[in-house]
Each structure stands twice: as C-alpha cells, then as structure tokens.
Design a protein around this ligand. Sequence first.
Ligand code: C2E
Ligand code: MG
Ligand code: MG
Ligand code: MG
Length: 291
Amino acid sequence: HNKATADTSIYLLNEDIIKQKLRYSTIENMLRKAIEQDGFEMVYQPIYHVKDQQFLSSEALVRLKDNTTVGFVSPEEFIPIAENKGLIMELGEIVFTKVCAFTQEQKLPDRGIEYIEVNLSGIQCVHPDLPSQLHQIMKKYAIAPGFINLEITETAFVESGEMLQENMLKLRQMGCSFSMDDFGTGYSNLSRMAEVVYDLVKLDKSLIWPCFNSEMSAETNKANAILENIIKLLQQLNVNIVAEGVETEAMANYLNDRGVTHLQGYYYSKPINEGDYLDFLTTATLNRVIS
Ligand code: C2E
Ligand code: MG
Ligand code: MG
Ligand code: MG
C-alpha cells in the first residue's frame, strides 16, 4: 500500500500545481487589464522620524484595485509575476506617475513632507530606460527629485553590477536619494556595504520580530545580539536606519533607545489610501511622541 500512498500524493501535488498555474495566469491577466484600465492604486505608510517626532515621510506601496477575482493579491505575489511577464517597466511607470501626480495635486511638500519612498524592482533598477523614464515623469508633474527616495532591495544591490551603478549615478545626479530595502534578508553581503551609496537602510521585520518573542529563549537572545550589532554597524557607516514592521510600543521603545532614527509599522499606521493619508497628515497624530 506504500505505492498507493505515493500515487495519491503525486495526484494531489499535480492538482496543487494546476491550481497554482491557474492562479498565476489569472493574476497575469489581471495585471494586463489593470495596466490598460487604471486598475492600480497607491497606498501610503507614514514613517515616524524620531528626532523630529513627526511623520516627515512615507512609503508608497502599490495595490491592485480588483479584490474579487482571486481574492486579495499582495504585491509580494503580483510584482514577481509582472517581472516574469515583462510588465514591470509599465507597472513601474504607472506607480511613479501616480506618486508624482498625487504629490503635485496635494502639494505634499507644502504639508511638511520631506520625501516619499518608492519601491523599485530589481529589473527596473538595471533597465537602461529607468533614469529617463523617472526624469520625464518628475518633469511633467514638477516634482523636485530631492522629494523622491528610491528603495532598492539589498538583493538587487548585491546582484546587479554596472548598470545599477550607472542608473543610480544618473538618478543621484538629478537629486534622488536611495534606500537599501529588506536589509538582512538577502545575501547580507557585507563587503558590498562599503561600495554602494545609499542614504537610508531599511531593517527588515524579520530582523526585528524574533527579538520580541513572548518567551525569552536562547534564540531570542541571539536575535537581540544580531539586531543590536547590526544597528551599531550601520550607525558606524553613518547611514540613517529605518525599522520596518514596528507593531508594538515595546518595539518602538527598543529601537528608539538604540538610536534608530526612522520607525515604520502598524504601531503608527498601516498603509492607507490617499484620502486617509491626507487626513492622517492633518490630525494630532502628526506630533505623536514615544513615551
Ligand atoms: P517592502 O518594500 O519591504 O514593504 C514593506 C511591507 O511590509 C509592505 O507590504 C507593508 O505593508 C508591510 N508592513 C509595514 N509595516 C508592517 C507591520 O508593522 N506589520 C506587518 N505585518 N507588515 C508591515 P506590502 O505593501 O504588501 O508590500 C510587499 C512588498 O511588495 C514590498 O515590500 C515591496 O517589495 C513590494 N512592493 C510594494 N509596492 C511596490 C511597488 O510599487 N513597486 C515595486 N517594485 N514593489 C512593490
Ligand atoms: Mg519597500
Ligand atoms: Mg522593506
Ligand atoms: Mg519587504
């Protein structure tokens, strides 16, 4: 009967693969439709600046408006599909256009916002058209490049060579700044940390959360040692640190005590739509102070 069990599991595996393929191609179709028919929207997650005790920046995150066809599809799922299907440059153009249009329409720089972080996928980063694409959009909406901070993942930094450097140099000369995103989840190729230039490093939540397990264990202690020393290392490299996934007051206080300068997470705000973000900026939370 061993054989029967094995056969059944192969059958189930096939069914899963078929389901997965179907979902994948459905999402691909949703993406194509969304590109044609304005099917994306941006949400914004405020970032708390510890020194100024204010929300002076935020991260723009893309969403598919269609939440019915296959349920909620996170960018974690659809960005790789867009990359594999050759749609990411078009999607990136839509994202950047939406951010710049919103910035201009709502005069974000006049509301005390210093910059918006926009995510770039690894493929966008090494595309020769990227600098001119972004330049044209900023020009169209009269956005000062200093208002734009481009997030590039640690993995993209490490994997990409000359083209990335060339694109970054051009964009930096225009005035854009850069964040190294998802720090701690890639190859953590520390030797490259000295070679590339970035203004902010974003600590991934996977570095932070294990330090706050309810039970103190040897693992929690190790996670603490790693986080504390990564913070020290980055401080010695003279970069500003953004902590991602700050969900509790305990996390906020811990990071604040260790001199992390920027905090982002559900404790402060989830990513919110444009209208709610504008409300957020005008309410008392603007001056939230960590006790
Ligand atoms: P990311 O750039 O590292 O973004 C942070 C993710 O963590 C976001 O998920 C955000 O909603 C989530 N997050 C923030 N604070 C907390 C928290 O306190 N708790 C928890 N559980 N989650 C938190 P999201 O929006 O689903 O985005 C996932 C990833 O998709 C992003 O990771 C980024 O890599 C990619 N992405 C999102 N928008 C874009 C975009 O416009 N362009 C590109 N190329 N990639 C994007
Ligand atoms: Mg990001
Ligand atoms: Mg991140
Ligand atoms: Mg991430």
